[in-house]
Design a protein around this ligand. Structure first.
Ligand code: NAD
Length: 385
């Protein structure tokens, strides 16, 4: 079957239009059961799954069962990211995962999955797949680009305000029956007139800058090896600086770059030593971009006044993860990109990617992370300095 899929793909890319082969394949699709085995790993939602718009959970299966089974494919959905997944992988052709409950598709797992051709991220951020190993095995990794970028940008602004305005301790006072204005106000500031910077000014980072513009910050900065166009910079009033300048000058830092070889543990002890004392950091990108223990030290010492975000490593965060218990944080579980609005968009986008794959039509270029043994997305390929 693998060779049929490859032949289908290469024929289509050569001719650019539907061939007789394609039509025959389509016919086979509808008449032969279990043409492809598709596995999805999704979180269990329990009672919450009664909400039918909660598409991204195990119970609601991204709404794909009928679509896949009508075409004769086998669809297996699980929340177990370990034993059960390992059992199913050897003859799986398409694997669907979400960053919210990531199945870590390591090089070892890829080596044990000879039929795997396509990994789809239902959402944005495909670092849970070993992208180098996927390239070597010529596995395509695609995600639903843009599907939840507004959802995340809104969450970033919410968490910046939660930290700067000291929301969490204020709310905690209320529910504990307490009232002590001074205790809250002594750590509460305005966002106006502060220097705010984003590490990464792609789809999310730029939307954060757009949303921050009306707050009249002193400066909006960004660091990214891909510069924004002058028009985009001037529309939000942002200035591009180096990472070093950004961390030294910002009162608030928001992290919006992917996790890749050069960003793993980017925020480490050396960086925390250099940040502006009292900085607030919001990270909705990936937990592993921040060194877990170095952050705890920096928060405890007061060098970092507050930390928020929704991404952890690993996920789900274990009960004893130290970020749960460090002072002055406003962390949430990983949900910023999985609002009900976002779920509709990434479920539809996942279906679109599958349809293109099974019909042999080209993928949307912006959805491709790795394809044909190469990185298709520039966001994961940081140039050497
Ligand atoms: P994007 O590809 O549009 O933008 C990413 C930007 O980061 C690119 O411009 C890239 O050049 C830049 N970048 C890469 N390495 C960098 C570095 N070392 N320093 C500065 N910039 C760097 O992606 P996006 O849609 O904006 O998403 C960004 C990331 O956010 C995703 O990769 C994912 O990890 C995360 N995300 C999280 C959630 C969530 O629910 N918390 C949802 C969606 C995405």
């Amino acid at each position: 079957f693998q060779s049929v899929s490859l032949a289908r793909e290469s024929l289509f890319s050569k001719t650019g239009k539907r061939s007789l082969f394609e039509k025959t394949y389509q016919y086979l699709h509808t008449s032969t059961p279990s043409l492809a085995k598709v596995v999805a790993v999704l979180y269990e939602a329990g009672a919450a799954a009664k909400e039918p718009r909660l598409l991204g959970c195990k119970e609601n299966e991204l709404g794909l069962r009928k679509f896949l089974e009508d075409r004769g494919h086998k669809y297996i959905v699980m929340s177990d990211k370990e034993k059960l997944l390992d059992q199913e992988l050897p003859d799986t052709e398409v694997l669907i995962t979400t960053p919210f409950h990531p199945a870590y598709v390591t090089a070892e797992r890829i080596a044990k999955s000879p039929k795997l051709r396509l990994c789809v991220t239902a959402g944005v951020g495909s670092d849970h797949v070993d992208l180098h190993a996927a390239n070597k095995a010529k596995i395509t990794v695609a995600e639903v680009t843009g599907s939840n970028v507004v959802s995340v940008a809104e969450h970033v602004v919410m968490q910046i305000l939660a930290l700067v305005r000291n929301f969490v301790p204020a709310y905690t006072q209320v529910i504990k029956g307490e009232w002590n204005v001074g205790d809250i106000a002594k750590d509460s500031f305005d966002l106006e007139n502060k220097v705010v910077g984003t590490v990464g000014a792609g789809r999310i980072g730029y939307r954060v800058l757009q949303r921050l513009k009306p707050f009249n910050c002193k400066e909006l900065l960004y660091s990214d090896y891909q510069a924004l166009s002058p028009e985009m910079e001037s529309a939000v009033g942002a200035k591009r600086v180096t990472f070093e300048e950004l961390i030294e000058r910002c009162d608030v830092i928001t992290i919006n770059c992917p996790l890749h070889d050069k960003t793993r543990n980017l925020f480490n002890k050396q960086v925390f030593d250099k940040v502006k004392p009292g900085v607030y950091i919001v990270n909705t990108a990936r937990g592993a971009i921040v060194d877990r223990d170095a952050l705890v030290e920096a928060v405890k010492s007061g060098k970092v006044r507050g930390y928020a975000g929704d991404v952890w490593y690993p996920q789900p965060a274990p009960k004893d993860h130290p970020w749960r218990y460090m002072p002055r944080h406003a962390m949430t579980p990983h949900y910023s990109g999985t609002t009900l609005d976002a779920q509709k968009r990434y479920a539809d986008g996942t279906k679109d990617i599958l349809e293109r794959y099974f019909d042999g039509r080209p993928f949307k270029p912006e959805d491709l992370i790795v394809h044909n043994g190469e990185f298709a997305s520039k966001a994961y390929v940081q140039p050497e300095k």
